[in-house]
Every structure is written in C-alpha cells, then in structure tokens.
Ligand binder design. Structure first.
Ligand SMILES: *Cc1c(COP(=O)(O)O)cnc(C)c1O
Length: 476
C-alpha cells in the first residue's frame, strides 16, 4: 500500500468509525455466534500474495463484525465497562502511526515525560498522596503482580531476585485478600512463586467487604506458626458487587505489622475523581501501592492501567536490569519506565490518557461519573420497590446486584434456575447485555450502566427488558 491508497482508506475508515459509533444501537450488543463459527469462515492458511485493502475491509465487515460483542454499545451493562471515547481513539491512531517503543527515556523522550506528567495529573485528580508516583501498565493483573514482587523483594532484601526462594530456607510467606477479591490476585500469587496455598482469603461482612478483625486474627495465627505476613491486597470495589474494603483499618494493621498494602481499585478507583466518593479510600497514609484502570470507567480504550507506588525505589530495584545494549547516556538523569514493570517494550499509552484528560477535563469526567452513579441509584431504588425482585448487595456506585423472585417460588434451587433462564433470555434477545456472579452462595445478576455514552433512556429501557424477560420466562 502506498501513501495515496493509505489516505483514501483512512479517510473512508474514519467515516466508517463515526458511523459505527452513531449507529451502534442498531446492532445486537452481544455476539450470538456459535464456537468455531467465525474460524470456519476464515481460510486455514494465510495468503501467499498480498490482498487489496478493499477486500480485507470487506471481510472485516462481513466476517469479523458479526462475531463481535459491542463493548461501546450503551446497552453493554455486563462485567465492568471497557470504555473508549473519540479523544482516545484519535490518540490511538497517532500512537499506531508513531509506532514508537517507549522503554527508555532516550527511545521516546516525550513519551516518558508525558507519562510522568499525566500520572501526576491523575494522582492529583484522584486525591492520592503527593508522595505517590505512577507508571502506566497494561492491566491491573500486571500491576498487582508488580506489587507482590516488590513486596517480596522488600521483605527479603532483594534476595529472591538473586537466589530464588531456595535462599529463604524454611521461611514461608502469606498474602491476604478477601473471599471477594479478583481472580487475578490468585494468579499473581502463583506467578510470583508463592503458590495458591500462601493466599489467605479473609471472610467478608454482610456488605461483602473484608473484615479487618478477621484479617488481624489470621495474621496473628500465621505469625504464631512462623509464617511471615507479606502483603495485603484490599479491594476498593470488588468485581462482583463493588464492595469497599475498610482500607484505613486494614492500613493500621499493615503499618503496625510492617506488611505491604496494595489497593486494587481497578474499576471503582475512577470514582475517586469525585470528592463525594473519597470516603472509599479515606486516608491512604498506609497504602504502599494502588492500581486503577482508566481503561474501564475513564473513557480511555484498553489498555491503560495506572499503577501508583509510594516508594519508587522498591519498584525499580525489583525490576531493573542493565544489559549493555540498553544503556544510554541519559540514564542517570531520567526515568526509564522499562525498569518500572515487567515489559521491556512499551506502547505510547500516555498519549491517549492525555487526550482524554484534556478533552473531557476533570469536570467532563466528573459529570459522566455522576450520571452513571445516578443511574445506579435509580436502578437500585426501582428494584427495591418491585416485589418480584431482590437486591443482594449495597450499590455504592453503579453496579447493582439483584435477583428475580418469581411469585410463589421459595427454594433456592428454583430461584437460581429461574434467574439463569432470565439471564439467558436477556442475553439471547441481543438488546441488553448483563452477566451474573455469585454472592454468599446465591446466583446473582449484575447490571452496570457505565458505558461512556449511556443515557437515562437506555437504563429505563434496560429495566423494561428485564421485566419483559421475566414475563416471557414466567409464561413458558
Ligand atoms: C477488572 C478487575 C481486575 C482485572 O483487571 P485487568 O486490567 O483486566 O487485569 C482486577 N481487580 C478488579 C477489582 C477488577 O474489577
């Protein structure tokens, strides 16, 4: 392809992109293809000769799009959102065009300096402590792994990096999170070499938040058995129900015991942009590290994870390796973000965050979040007022957990079956996408109105679709 052809295709594509966004509601929000259906429409082997862009784009529209779930659809109320925005897309186009590696300052000086600056802006906007410094990572899973590795190295004087756990003799470590914590934590505990058995899943209270007293007890029991408590991972917004662990109380315990405190605020952390939500964190005095995903609720398309640490030295000492071919003359005076995480090669992700932060401004983002939280409140009240529905967890933000209680049904197994049927009916309808979870053993539906362009009318229509689906299932 030459530049003339690129220009022609790119102009047409931008029009297609705008049309896609404008008409997204005409598409089913969730793909309804069978496993293997899309692969079956693709050639088994790649083409010998190059093909025209017209043909490729035609196949994109005909084969790929029908197999896509539309995460930017305002009726996407499943999982948590993975939001994009026009500003973010424009930056992503530039990032791809520059195609720069942002591993060292010297390989992309502006990218390194912009990353430092937008992380500082974000730290201020979120009300995080001024000592915190941030770095952009690919996902919260990775950021939490970085926290665990840093905690491991701090606790062992950076010895595991050199000799592995073999050098630790009989020393055993424990990591703590609640029973409601995200699955990435257990995965990270495995990858970091502790093994799942080192992870203590602490009981939660009636609101699904970690019980600080149960945490303290378990830490004491571990100490009594000669186990070293290493790290507590507190959730600021669990994935099932956005439960908020008592971070201040947990922080007191960690400070007292010399335990690393990592806060997983992957989704709900964005709400700290609102002063009225700062109670969720309280004083972050004893927090060592904090992760939030602008790629969830902050209009910045995947991937963009902000990882903040109190002490950059324990991060950099954990990850720094200096092969000859990566040394530059600037090293003493600059930040080389390759030493702030796992990846060497890094995309220029700061650009899209910068575009989003400037294009929306703090006020624009706050307005969006307040709208979404208001939708959540409306849904919670509407569910509470309806005799055939039950809400199963507090909804501090816009994630509402509920179930249907078909009139006359009382036993748990029947209720669960009815809710599974209700969810299948909703998902197959293609107009609304919800997903489920389990809370306290119960099968629960979740609704999260948080897509960048979701409006009140979508939320009202979502509720109507839930009622209609319940009618359909009842009348079977
Ligand atoms: C989404 C989520 C994660 C995982 O985020 P990734 O960026 O996909 O790794 C971790 N913790 C919580 C609480 C989440 O909601």
């Amino acid at each position: 392809m030459n530049s003339k052809e690129f220009r022609r295709q790119a102009h047409a594509l931008v029009d297609w992109m705008a049309d896609y966004v404008e008409s997204i509601e005409d598409r089913p929000v969730k793909a309804s293809v069978a496993p293997g259906e899309i692969a079956g429409r693709l050639p088994a082997s790649g083409p010998e000769a190059g093909e025209s862009m017209d043909t490729i784009l035609e196949d994109f529209r005909e084969i790929i799009l029908p197999g896509m779930t539309h995460w930017q659809h305002p009726m996407f109320m499943a999982y948590f959102p993975a939001n994009s925005s026009y500003a973010s897309v424009l930056a992503e186009m530039l990032t791809a065009t520059l195609g720069a590696q942002c591993m060292s300052w010297e390989t992309s000086p502006a990218a390194a300096e912009l990353e430092g600056r937008v992380m500082r802006w974000l730290r201020e906007w979120l009300g995080l402590p001024a000592e915190f410094e941030g770095v952009i990572q690919d996902t919260a899973s990775t950021a939490t792994l970085c926290a665990l590795l840093s905690a491991r190295e701090r606790a062992t004087g950076f010895a595991v990096n050199n000799r592995g756990f073999a050098g630790q003799g009989d020393r055993r470590f424990a990591i703590y999170c609640s029973t409601e914590a995200h699955s990435s934590i257990e995965k990270d505990v495995r990858i970091a070499g502790f093994g799942s058995a080192a992870l203590r899943k602490i009981a939660v209270d009636g609101d699904f938040a970690m019980r600080a007293d149960a945490l303290a007890e378990r830490i004491a029991a571990d100490r009594a058995e000669g186990v070293t408590p290493l790290c507590v991972i507190a959730a600021l917004g669990t994935t099932s129900s956005t439960a908020i662990d008592p971070i201040e109380a947990i922080g007191e315990i960690c400070a007292d015991q010399g335990i690393w405190l990592h806060v997983d605020a992957a989704y709900a952390g964005t709400a700290l942009l609102l002063p009225e939500c700062r109670w969720m964190l309280g004083s972050a005095e004893h927090v060592d590290s904090f992760v939030v995903n602008p790629h969830k609720w902050m209009a910045t398309n995947f991937d963009c994870t902000a990882y903040f640490v109190r002490n950059v030295e324990s991060l950099v000492r954990t990850f720094e390796i200096q092969p000859e071919y990566l040394k530059t003359r600037a090293d003493e005076h600059v930040r080389n973000y390759r030493d702030w995480g796992i990846q060497l090669g890094r995309r220029f992700r700061a650009l899209k965050l910068w575009f989003v932060m400037r294009s929306f401004g703090l006020e624009g983002l706050q307005t969006m979040l307040r709208r979404h939280i208001e939708y959540g409140r409306w849904l919670a009240e509407t569910l509470d007022a309806h005799p055939a529905f039950e809400r199963l967890a507090p909804a501090p933000l816009n994630c509402v957990c509920f179930r249907w209680l078909p009139p006359g049904t009382h036993d748990e197994a029947t209720i669960e079956k009815a809710n599974q049927a209700l969810l299948a009916e909703i998902q197959d309808g293609g107009e609304l996408y919800l997903t489920h979870t389990r809370l306290d053993g119960r099968y629960v539906l979740r609704i999260v109105p948080g897509q960048t362009r979701v409006e009140r009318r979508h939320v009202e229509s979502a509720w109507q679709l839930v009622l209609n689906a319940a009618d359909t299932v009842s009348n079977r």
